[in-house]
Design a protein. Structure first.
Length: 109
């Protein structure tokens, strides 16, 4: 098995973001989150009953490094909708409390 270069990791990240409407980069996965912040964001997405792609950043620290360089956002989780960074846990929780998260996650007709 060959080791991916930083450029290949970044290409994979951008490919995932462009090919999935809703993507969350998190620690662990929705069924087994590995941090409280990731768990909270995954719970909000599951509650919204929206199809989403979850990417675990823990297998290779360079995933997080390349993601943060790409997004300009230093923390995990990171939620992307329609290719745009929405934010991390605090922003997602705030949007949820304001009733805005569902609007962002609901596809335009």
């Amino acid at each position: 098995m060959s080791v991916m270069s930083d450029e290949q990791i970044l290409a994979e990240i951008t490919g995932i973001i462009s090919s999935h409407r809703v993507v969350v980069f998190m620690k662990g996965d929705p069924d087994e989150p590995r941090c409280g912040f990731s768990a909270r964001v995954a719970e909000r997405l599951l509650e919204a009953d929206v199809e989403f792609m979850a990417v675990d950043v823990l297998p290779d620290p360079r995933i997080r490094e390349q993601l943060s360089g790409f997004s300009g956002w230093p923390t995990i989780p990171q939620l992307f909708v329609d290719g745009t960074l929405i934010g991390g846990c605090d922003i997602i929780m705030e949007l949820h409390e304001q009733g805005e998260l569902t609007k962002i996650l609901t596809p335009a007709e």
